[in-house]
Design a protein around this ligand. Structure first.
Ligand SMILES: NC(=O)C1=CN([C@@H]2O[C@H](COP(=O)(O)OP(=O)(O)OC[C@H]3O[C@@H](n4cnc5c(N)ncnc54)[C@H](OP(=O)(O)O)[C@@H]3O)[C@@H](O)[C@H]2O)C=CC1
Ligand SMILES: Nc1nc(=O)c2c([nH]1)NC[C@@H]1CN(c3ccc(C(=O)N[C@@H](CCC(=O)O)C(=O)O)cc3)C=[N+]21
Length: 287
């Protein structure tokens, strides 16, 4: 029977570490980190996530602002908002909640955020730095997964890691971070032979968005299973992951639950990325 990885508890610890740093920065440097979140439209999931991010920011002592715009906002209006936040010295981290309405080019908006303030690590410059193995802001979800692996004493070096999903925000950066830690990495997508690839994974990270896509029977005995998926069941409105949890738990050594696994880590890492951006702002052109 697999051991549960308590992402909620680890995330609380990460936030406590950040809070201690924030208290120190306030006393020693008079600096309060600031996070600005931009939300467009009325997607209920986005609203919940943004509320969670704002609450976490306030709990660790950050200033936080939510800029909500109607779904009819123009791309130029949104760009103007991002530019204003770029120039605001009280704002150290900027996050534009995705997805954006279809008439807005998310790539244009993401690229407009100053890389130093890109709390998500989605800007092409930060993505490129990750590819090249240089220090930069890294995407929160894969960063949170790496921290969970560390917490359970899972050393990626020499292991076979399989990442299912190749999005720019989760799958691709996840694969790069595992590669950087010397795992042998396979990236799967909609054209992959999933059962055979998954069955070879010592470390399995699934980020697809299809409820219980990965069957328990595919899991290699003793594997570490990280389920990034967040799917809301229509029947009872409960969250389920991309992995068949009960059956996978029979074979895995460690497994993350949904909810209470990767989700809270994403928020904790966003908070940490913002703290780091605030610290960097004390040293001009340190980025
Ligand atoms: N817990 C958290 O903090 C977060 C959770 N999420 C959740 O993670 C999931 C993935 O999100 P995201 O990365 O943005 O998703 P995307 O929709 O951007 O990407 C999904 C990926 O899954 C692949 N895929 C789709 N269907 C299959 C299939 N049948 N077999 C194999 N691969 C498949 C796609 O392949 P192809 O490229 O070939 O189309 C694509 O690469 C979602 O449930 C999302 O809600 C996301 C961000 C944070
Ligand atoms: N610019 C941007 N940055 C993001 O980081 C980003 C985004 N856009 N768009 C959407 C995805 C999704 N995401 C989650 C964050 C927290 C939980 C989370 O806290 N989940 C809780 C459950 C929450 C609930 O009950 O609804 C858990 O898994 O325990 C989940 C998902 C961030 N994303």
């Amino acid at each position: 029977m697999a051991q549960l990885i308590d992402g909620k508890a680890v995330a609380a610890r990460v936030r406590a570490e950040v809070k201690a740093e924030v208290d120190r920065l306030k006393v020693e440097r008079g600096l309060v980190p600031g996070l600005a979140v931009v939300r467009v439209g009325e997607d209920p999931a986005s609203k919940t996530y943004v509320t969670g991010k704002k609450k976490a920011a306030e709990e660790v002592g950050f200033h936080s602002w939510e800029h909500h715009r109607d779904s009819t906002v123009s791309q130029d209006e949104l760009l103007a908002l991002v530019h204003r936040l770029n120039e605001d010295p009280a704002v150290h981290g900027i996050l534009v909640q995705l997805p954006l309405p279809r008439h807005i080019d998310a790539d244009v908006i993401i690229s407009a955020v100053r890389p130093e303030k890109d709390a998500d690590g989605f800007h092409p410059m930060n993505a490129g730095s990750l590819l090249l193995g240089r220090a930069a802001t890294r995407p929160c979800t894969p960063l949170g997964v790496m921290r969970l692996l560390e917490e359970i004493g899972c050393e990626p070096s020499g292991k076979r890691a399989v990442v299912v999903g190749r999005s720019n925000i989760v799958g691709k950066p996840m694969a790069l971070m595992l590669l950087q830690r010397n795992a042998t990495v396979t990236v799967c997508h909609s054209k992959s032979d999933l059962p055979s690839e998954v069955s070879r994974a010592d470390i399995l990270v699934v980020a697809v968005g299809v409820r219980e896509l990965v069957k328990g029977a595919w899991i290699k005995p003793g594997a570490v299973v990280i389920d990034v998926g967040m799917n809301r069941k229509e029947e009872d409105n409960k969250l389920v992951g991309d992995v068949e949890f009960a059956a996978a738990s029979e074979r895995a050594s460690f497994i993350t639950p949904v909810p209470g696994g990767v989700g809270p880590m994403t928020i904790a890492m966003l908070i940490r990325n913002t703290l780091e951006a605030a610290i960097r702002s004390l040293v001009p052109s340190s980025y």
